[in-house]
Design a protein around this ligand. Structure first.
Ligand code: NAP
Ligand code: MG
Length: 462
């Protein structure tokens, strides 16, 4: 894998201030595949200054020109798709086909959507005797996780650039090589120097320095609730705008009249994809008591099929965390019907696709985000019971409802405290707002709602 021994700041690859490096590990074979600089507070300061200096010019660039740069970025990502996919596979561990179709395909679609939105968005509107200007918020500090390394970056950087903001990105330490390829694509796209800057580094060092930097106007963070809380506190103290995309514990609600086999199979696939490292994954399956055993058998059979094709989880720490949760499920009395805590292979950070039956709503495996290939199946008595269980966590990021007809599923979805619901297997929509109710976050990403996060309004009265 290609690794730059530099940071991308002010339009060029520059050496970091210190000598610290991050070793990037392939989770499938535990080998070091590259080293990147671990930037420090001085590097972050240099990057923020570059972003601040570039802000007036970029903010004044006509939206049509910003759209042209985003279209060029989309094209550069498309041209580099094979290399990016191979890099995601190497540093995250996801199977090659999934890397190409989802890890690269989805961000290309998102970049394309913002090329379109930059060109067509109404950055000015008339309200009575006022003209309302939608202006860029300023310098964005973006902090991203490793689970969808390119998507998480594009979901922040593309709308920020469309809005006329400039950006300093601190990507996850586990997946910095994909971030470096993204910086290369930004460069190829002809985005002016300083508009986008990359500082690889550790969360508590580079991430914290970025969050606390007075030259940052907006913090956009995706990751754990624990770190999100801190970022929110820092932003609050400095009266900065903040967007937080945190964890989830989404419910897959299978109503009595649903096509059970389809709902279960799609539900298991949703959880096992990306080795369960998807914040919106439907990790709780809710089934009516009359069809419960049938669903458990179908889910166990479906999970077993993933044993051969599932990738590892991202790191040894993540593997240990997930295994700890599986052990906890057993201890708390859930019934293991597929997988388990034992390592399925000698080498690599693999976890067996795991399914728990007889899970009750208060169990740890029904409440906490596991972020691994672990599905919990819960039993409900009637629709009100299902709704209580579905809404009975601190999270509210996503979910699914399956029913005999769409209207019945929609009626249930309206009562769910969650930001996104797939109806009878509805497809992912890159223009639909994505984000959390409750402790799943603050703000929305994707589409016009995602763009609005990076804009602030000024009203002129006539
Ligand atoms: P994390 O620690 O919250 O990391 C997210 C990002 O924040 C990374 O870039 C991280 O840097 C950075 N960071 C860490 N500590 C920081 C600090 N004090 N100040 C500023 N930035 C900081 O999440 P993680 O370690 O990647 O994963 C832990 C758990 O978070 C997962 O098991 C999962 O439950 C959840 N998670 C959720 C999502 C989601 O999309 N909602 C995505 C990933 C993870 P480092 O990479 O150097 O730590
Ligand atoms: Mg971390």
């Amino acid at each position: 894998m290609k690794a730059h021994d530099a940071l991308y700041i002010d339009g060029a690859w520059r050496p970091a201030d210190g000598a610290d490096v991050i070793e990037v590990v392939d989770p499938a074979d535990e080998q070091v595949i590259g080293r990147v600089p671990a930037g420090n507070a001085l590097d972050v300061d240099t990057a923020v200054r570059a972003a601040r200096a570039a802000l007036p010019g970029w903010a004044a660039t006509p939206p049509a020109e910003r759209a042209a740069r985003l279209a060029a970025l989309r094209d550069a990502l498309t041209a580099g798709a094979d290399e990016i996919a191979a890099t995601v596979t190497a540093e995250l561990g996801s199977p090659p086909q999934f890397s190409r179709a989802v890890h690269v395909g989805m961000p290309i679609a998102v970049a394309d959507s913002y090329a379109g939105l930059a060109a067509t968005h109404a950055f000015e509107e008339r309200v009575g005797n006022s003209t309302v200007l939608h202006e860029p918020v300023g310098v964005v500090g973006a902090i991203t996780p490793w689970n969808y390394p390119l998507h998480q970056i594009v979901a922040k950087v593309a709308p920020a650039l469309a809005a006329g903001c400039t950006v300093v990105l601190k990507p996850a330490e586990d997946t910095p090589l994909t971030a470096q390829l993204f910086a290369g694509a930004v460069h190829q796209a002809g985005v002016p120097a300083g508009v986008f800057n990359l500082v690889t580094g550790l969360g508590p060092v580079a991430g914290q320095a970025l969050a606390e930097h007075p030259g940052v106007d907006l913090l956009s963070f995706t990751g754990s609730t624990a770190v999100g809380r801190r970022i929110g506190a820092v932003a609050g103290a400095a009266v900065k705008k903040v967007a937080l995309e945190l964890g989830g514990k989404s419910a897959n609600v299978i109503l009595p009249g649903a096509d059970l086999a389809r709902a279960v199979n799609v539900g298991v696939a949703n959880v096992m994809a990306n080795s369960g490292q998807t914040c919106s994954a439907w990790t709780r399956m809710l089934v009516h008591r009359d069809r419960y055993e049938e669903a458990v058998e179908l889910a166990a059979a479906a999970a077993v099929k993933y044993a051969e094709r599932i990738g590892p989880v991202v790191s040894a720490a993540q593997r240990d965390r997930v295994r700890g949760y599986i052990e906890k499920g057993v201890t708390e009395g859930a019934r293991l019907v597929a997988g388990g805590p034992e390592a399925p292979r000698e080498q690599g950070y693999f976890v067996s696709p795991t399914v728990f039956a007889d899970v009750t709503p208060e169990m740890t495996v029904a409440q906490e985000e596991i972020f691994g290939p672990v599905l919990s199946i819960l039993r409900y008595d009637d629709e009100d019971d299902a709704l209580r269980i579905a809404n009975g966590t601190v999270y509210g990021l996503a979910g699914a409802v399956w029913a005999a007809d769409e209207a019945e599923a929609v009626a249930f979805a309206r009562r769910m405290d969650t930001g996104q619901v797939d109806i009878n297997g509805g497809r992912f929509n890159p223009l639909a707002p994505f984000g959390g109710y409750k402790q799943s976050g603050v703000g929305r990403e994707l589409g016009a709602h995602g763009l609005a996060e990076y804009l602030q309004t000024k009203s002129l009265q006539f």
